[in-house]
Design a protein around this ligand. Sequence first.
Ligand SMILES: NS(=O)(=O)c1c(F)c(F)c(SCCc2ccc(C(=O)O)cc2)c(F)c1NC1CCCCCCC1
Ligand SMILES: [Zn+2]
Length: 257
Amino acid sequence: VSFLLFLPIPDRNRWSEDYQDCRGTMQSPININMANTIFSPHLRAIQLSGYSLPANEMLKLKNNGHTVVLELPQSMAITGGYAQQYRAVQLHLHWGATTGPGSEHTINGHRFSAEIHVVHYNTKYDSFKEAMVQPDGLAVLGAFLEMGPRDNPYYQELLDHMQQIQREGEEVLVPGFNIASLLPVNLKYYYRYNGSLTTPPCYQSVRWTVFNQTMMISRDQMLMLITSLRNDDGKPLQSNYRQTQSLHGRTVLASFQ
Ligand SMILES: NS(=O)(=O)c1c(F)c(F)c(SCCc2ccc(C(=O)O)cc2)c(F)c1NC1CCCCCCC1
Ligand SMILES: [Zn+2]
């Protein structure tokens, strides 16, 4: 038994892949091969409630060293498109660098410029912390961002403040706005699969929705996103996406044909 004393004890603060769930068989992100998705007519349009926040509701925007996180009130909820109701926790982004794109999910092997994740927890659990270890505990809405000819005024609500949180740990308060404007207008067309958090502890507790419609922001806005933040080493916070994981036989459903 004495050799057990010499086993390395994982450092709880190290966001590394030595958490056992990170080596599980239901990991995210994944490549979505459109030819292998299954059309499911019972997948209803996603319904959002309470997403339009008044300007006097201030939200915390934080550089946590890995991404930019906007904390969200639990008054925001998913009320359609899932079997149960989910309440919002936070949203954050994944992006690349000037050398290449940075979405987490890929479609037919194509990586998009960036990806937004809006994280929610199942209200059948008392708290997010309790929910995030349950198989039906979390719902994350994901949408791809691409570069287009015009500035996106809704993403500008976040990008306006990135210069104020350049260093890890810095945070700023931003006025509320309609968070639904960060997601596609059409919430009917999406992919659905069971997966995980894409960062340690990699809990396999996420019912993923990846929208088919892509959001457009301008080239200048994308540059702002990929050049504003520094990580805990003071280096540019870029390409903060995890490699795609094996499906291990999982099926990806599509709400459209
Ligand atoms: N794609 S994702 O949803 O898995 C995801 C990532 F890929 C992420 F990379 C992140 S950020 C990395 C995890 C982290 C690090 C520091 C802090 C802090 O100092 O407060 C907090 C979290 C990140 F925050 C999230 N989402 C989080 C999952 C991690 C822990 C619970 C918080 C809610 C959702
Ligand atoms: Zn994410």
